[in-house]
Design a protein around this ligand. Sequence first.
Ligand SMILES: [Zn+2]
Length: 82
Amino acid sequence: MRRYEKGDSNNVVQAMCNMCGREIKIQNGLVLDGVLSIEYKWGYFSDFDGQTHSFDICQECYKKLEKSFVIPIDKENTNEML
Ligand SMILES: [Zn+2]
């Protein structure tokens, strides 16, 4: 969950993990922690037709979520980071 400065969707003023409610570190409008940030627009044949869902998950909650998967996540190392 993110809150942005009014009129500036690039400037984050607050971010919280949707699973545990932990505040995520923000500095100068940027998210400093590793966060899984999802924004997904559901399609016609889903139960959420036309809805856009967005949420943030902190690293600790992501680890718990990953452990709950029956099939392991595909992982690959990236050498170039932004
Ligand atoms: Zn969390």
